[in-house]
Design a protein around this ligand. Structure first.
Ligand code: SAH
Length: 345
């Protein structure tokens, strides 16, 4: 095995500085290395040309530099690009570039597989294998930014944590990746352009609020009725809706950042008047908007999106209740790059 040395990219800027100080070397060397690793994205220590040889040898003796690489790439007829990216230990996750007229969005993964068991999501069949490291999340953004420049001649405008995994079950590393994505010495992307999507883990939502994070929060609600949510998102029995709501009210009180509820409407699941009323009631209790999502069928699953007149009824009732609502159409369906389809094939 060649992968025996420590991955230098798990170190923070301060830890890099400390490393040099401990070796009686100037602390600014730590900053230089940080820039090489994050801003310039070099893959080997010899490329760090402003470091004396002795410093580079010290780094080589202690560390390796992990990087992800593109294992396979598929382009949809709508311009969506899906990457299967390979991690240092050969595991593979997926990340997607989604271009629209005005935006290019990177959809990134936070875990290999997922520990949750949403009945409608392809990733749920994979089980969680491990959390992604901060550098592995960061690198997905770098790759998609490069693709955005190459294919669409513009840099990435938005990042969504809506790929494989539950970001809040890997909170520490997600936060560390966002620190570097937003750091001017990293990618320098505004936190306002970043959305973290969660199936709703109250304890971590409170923690994020306490931590004063500046990114946006989306919650995959899909039902505001406990008994229905328990069926389609079985782990939700552990995180009841009233606790979720309280954590979201806490989030809003501290961040003043409105929440987006992601919501799919399925025939025979959550398509009754009762379902719509429950959603309206839920939304009115915390500043929020609703994003109705088109359902992307996954193999071996019988759930079906409700007919458009049901979706229209949802939209009308929400609008009448002064709740903002948008409808999100699928992208990249032909290559299984759409929401919930990652790892389908
Ligand atoms: N675990 C996080 C992020 C990953 S899922 C979360 O639950 O939010 C990203 C989004 O895709 C979620 O809103 C999820 O509910 C949605 N999704 C999952 N399967 C889907 C499918 N088959 N069709 C459409 N959206 C789906």
């Amino acid at each position: 095995m060649e992968n025996t040395k420590k991955n230098i990219r798990v170190l923070t800027k301060d830890e890099l500085i400390q490393f040099f100080e401990q070796h009686d070397m100037s602390s600014y060397r730590g900053k230089q290395v940080y820039q090489w690793l994050w801003q310039k994205g070099v893959h080997d220590f010899d490329s760090m040309t402003n470091l004396p040889l002795e410093h580079r040898e010290l780094l080589k003796a202690n560390f390796q530099i992990n990087h992800i690489k593109i294992h396979a790439k598929q382009k949809s007829k709508d311009g969506t690009v899906k990457n299967a990216v390979q991690l240092y230990d050969q595991l593979v996750v997926e990340s997607v570039l989604i271009p629209t007229a005005r935006r290019t969005t990177a959809c990134v993964s936070s875990q290999v597989g997922c520990s949750l068991d949403c009945t409608f999501c392809a990733t749920a069949s994979l089980k969680r294998i491990r959390n992604l490291n901060p550098d592995e999340i960061y690198d997905q953004v770098v790759i998609i930014n490069q693709q955005s420049l190459a294919y669409y001649k513009r840099p990435l405008s938005n990042i969504v944590f809506m790929g494989m995994g539950e970001p809040l079950m890997n909170y520490k590393n997600v936060l560390a990746s966002i620190d570097k994505i937003t750091d001017p010495e990293g990618l320098g992307i505004s936190p306002k352009k970043i959305t973290v999507s969660t199936s709703g883990i109250p304890k971590i939502i409170r923690k994020m609020a306490d931590d004063g994070v500046k990114f946006r929060l989306a919650v995959s609600l899909h039902s505001a009725r406990q008994e229905i949510r328990d069926k389609i998102m079985p782990f939700a029995t552990k995180f009841p809706l009233d606790e979720l709501l309280k954590s979201l009210q806490y989030w809003y009180a501290l961040t003043k950042n409105r929440i987006t509820f992601e919501y799919i409407v399925w025939g025979g699941v959550n398509d009754s008047k009762l379902d719509i009323q429950a959603l309206v009631k839920f939304c009115l209790q915390v500043p929020s908007k609703v994003n109705l999502i088109q359902y992307n069928p996954i193999d071996g699953n019988l759930m079906k999106q409700a007919p458009s007149k049901t979706i229209d009824a949802y939209m009308k009732t929400l609008i009448d209740s002064k709740i903002q609502v948008t409808y999100r159409r699928s992208r990249g369906e032909d290559i299984d790059a759409a929401c919930g389809q990652l790892a389908n094939k």
